[in-house]
Unconditional design. Structure first.
Length: 174
């Protein structure tokens, strides 16, 4: 059973587009009775859904330099054949998951910031969002990195600003 928790970027006036249990997310399927979208993916707030998918999906990463025989590189299979770079598309997701290979320190916090900026860059390139600011602070005593993200709309108005813990919060709570 999936436990649905409040997601900071989920629509305020309805069920979230993604079902998030604090560690795993899944896409929600619309009912067969939904006009114009029977059994399609729920997208009551497509921009916020795109932001969550960009930040919380695992993008393909490099092999672990400390364990070259480990094959966990993750990533979305569609990235191998369905990317239209001319339309600003890029591989889906973030490489934040790679940060778990490293210490909780300033260098790793920069990796987390960079991963979020890279993950959101396609949405910026496509004109869906404007300026993005990411700040990550290592908290070694809690074995986590606190990530705060500010995202503006293309016109400069604020879309979201605040913590975006995702994986870090989920693993710290387990």
């Amino acid at each position: 059973m999936v436990r649905v928790v409040a997601d900071a970027l989920a629509p305020a006036n309805g069920a979230p587009d993604t079902l998030w249990d604090g560690q795993w997310g899944d896409l929600a399927v619309a009912p067969l009775t939904e006009p114009g979208n029977p059994a399609g993916l729920v997208a009551r707030d497509p921009l916020k859904t795109a932001l969550v998918l960009a930040l919380e999906s695992d993008a393909r990463g490099e092999r672990d330099p400390l364990d070259p025989y480990a094959y966990d590189q993750r990533g979305w299979p569609g990235d191998g054949f369905d990317i239209d770079a001319a339309k600003g598309e890029a591989p889906l997701g973030s490489t934040t998951w790679l940060a778990w290979r490293h210490l909780v320190d300033d260098d790793n916090a920069r990796r987390v910031e960079d991963a979020a900026l890279v993950a959101l860059a396609p949405l910026q390139k496509q004109g869906a969002i404007g300026e993005v600011t990411v700040t990550a602070v290592p908290i070694p005593a809690e074995n986590r990195i606190e990530r705060r993200i500010s995202i503006a709309r293309p016109d400069g108005t604020l879309l979201y600003s605040g913590p975006f813990a995702g994986l870090w919060e989920a693993l710290g709570a387990s």
